[in-house]
Design a protein around this ligand. Structure first.
Ligand code: PLP
Length: 523
């Protein structure tokens, strides 16, 4: 029997448990794939190298006598191995990636093309500066636009991720308190309860004690609680705006006034800048330091183990403490200021070797220039519109954590609507995988019970949002109708079924070990 789904295509009713297992482990045209060590390619080689003309006498006794013990694959086998593995992953190029707080947006191919221009990709940070003037100019131009978009006078370009940027900002704040002789007495950093975990971790790492600030019923910083905790022992506050509940901090001007009155600095976590870029300048809100995740707002790719970039914009008060290096333009070119002897006299040091994530700077500038200022503003507007569309269309079947008023760039639901169903947030997320959707962020922020944080970004079209919404609505209806098998055993269609996640986290097996007695291990 088949029914029509909401987009008019015939579907088979849900009957996953009865599907026969396949002989190969493949599903449709998705191949099962073992570890590279588990194949039978030992002893084979994909390339024919001529035998060395002389023996490796220079190596003395270090010449290998045993087989090297590496898996041998032909070129197509090697390609297939990695492509099959890649298909076990979700990717932004496959479908919506609704992880809240992560701003998973499309990475335009134009950025990649720019990053591969040899003048940017084939240079070395130790080259004489006269030979990399174009790259220095690019860094200076990215810095210019970051300062312009935030209304801040200075930027440290070298931090390599958001969390690294937080570290940079707090080190600049510590250096400023040291310079004014107040460091010994200012030992606390105030952080709201809804903060991303990196905020308190960073403050603790820099040596501060963390004091939590309460949140109001409507999901914002409790200004009265903040005011009662501010004093001569506070070094800084760390506030995310829009915050991790997806809400704009309405009292932000009052928050920064109170903070400055108490002699403390305002660190703003700028991970959510995507929601306000081109519309609000954090410098106008009294922010002293803010990191910008280029891999969120400016569309450079998120990892896969690869680099992010977290430049930190700084206020007039903190600018003198910015870490080296930075680029200056003088009459006849660009120069990196690298040492404490000259202009960088108060710099607190360096965040890392060299100059930051060059490839990400190129991608970010490409993104900025292809959008222009009006386009960047539209990014924020469309991201907020998309999130509100999701919030509006799901609020009758799921419970919005803060139902009153619009949200910013992400829609936050709690698990109140699942009460009495036996289905948990985790079960629901696993069932989303069966429907071909990467789950939203779960159980964060911690202040919302069973949180489901959905951030569509501006990238998604209305058609794609509708497809996502219809699937979410259908799952919500199934959960409420008591179809709990569909959730408890999910995912049924994924290569890995329900994992023992606690064990996977506590006792991870990260290394292949050769079977007893074999000489196959790569040393
Ligand atoms: C992503 C994020 C961070 C950390 O940024 P990374 O680049 O992952 O280090 C910090 N705060 C918030 C609110 C974030 O969403």
């Amino acid at each position: 029997m088949s029914t029509m789904n909401t987009v008019g295509r015939p579907t088979t009713p849900h009957a996953v448990q009865t599907k026969p297992a396949t002989l190969t482990g493949g599903r449709g045209l998705l191949q099962d794939e073992a570890l590279i060590f588990e194949g039978d390619g030992w002893g084979k080689t994909g390339v024919d190298l001529p035998a060395p003309a002389t023996d490796a006498a220079d190596l003395g006794d270090l010449v290998r006598r045993d087989p090297i013990g590496l898996p041998g694959l032909s070129e197509p086998e090697a390609m297939r191995h990695y492509v099959r593995l890649s298909q076990k992953n979700h990717a932004i190029d496959l479908a919506i990636y609704p992880l809240g707080s992560c701003t998973m947006k499309h990475n335009p191919r134009l950025n990649e093309k720019m990053a591969r221009i040899p003048g940017f990709s084939d240079i070395h940070p130790l080259q004489p500066q006269s030979t990399v003037q174009g790259a220095l100019q690019l860094m200076d131009t990215v810095a210019h636009w970051l300062k312009t978009l935030t209304g801040m006078p200075a930027v440290a370009m070298s931090p390599k991720a958001g969390a690294h940027g937080e570290l940079c900002g707090l080190m600049a704040i510590r250096a400023a308190h040291e310079a004014s002789g107040e460091h010994a007495q200012r030992r606390k950093v105030l952080v709201p309860t809804s903060a991303h975990g990196t905020n308190p971790a960073t403050a603790a790492f820099v040596g501060y004690s963390v004091v939590e600030v309460a949140q109001t019923e409507d999901g914002r910083v409790d200004v009265a609680d903040l005011a009662s905790k501010l004093g001569p022992d506070v070094a800084a506050i760390m506030v995310t705006n829009p915050n991790t509940c997806g809400l704009f901090e309405r009292d932000i001007l009052e928050i920064s006034r109170l903070t400055h009155e108490a002699g403390a600095y305002f660190y703003c976590d700028g991970a959510n800048f995507n929601a306000i870029v081109g519309r609000v300048r954090p410098g106008d809100l009294g922010v002293d330091a803010m990191h910008i995740n280029l891999h969120k707002t400016f569309s450079t790719p998120h990892g896969g183990g690869g680099p992010g970039a977290g430049p930190v914009v700084l206020s007039e008060a903190l600018a003198p403490f910015a870490p080296a290096p930075w680029v200056v333009a003088n009459g006849d070119g660009f120069r990196l200021i690298e040492r404490g002897e000259d202009e960088a006299a108060q710099a607190f040091g360096r965040m890392c070797a060299f100059n930051g994530q060059m490839g990400m700077f190129v991608r970010a500038l490409s993104y900025m220039m292809s959008h222009g200022s009006d386009g960047l503003r539209q990014v924020a507007e469309d991201a907020v519109l998309n999130a509100n569309y999701i919030k509006a269309r799901l609020s009758d079947v799921m419970s919005a954590a803060f139902p009153d008023g619009p949200c910013m760039h992400e829609a936050l639901f709690d698990d109140e609507w699942l009460r009495g169903t036996e289905v948990t947030t985790l079960d629901f997320a696993k069932a989303m995988i069966d429907e071909g959707f990467h789950p939203m962020t779960m159980y964060f922020p911690l202040v919302v019970h069973g949180a489901m944080l959905i951030e569509p970004t501006e990238t998604e079209s209305k058609a794609e949002l509708d497809r996502f919404i219809e699937a979410m609505r259908a799952l919500a209806t199934a959960a409420k109708a008591g179809d709990i098998d569909r959730f408890k055993g999910a995912p049924f269609h994924a290569p890995m079924k329900r994992l023992d996640e606690t064990r996977a986290a506590r006792q991870p097996v990260l290394r292949w070990t050769a079977p007893e007695g074999s000489n196959l291990a790569a040393e």
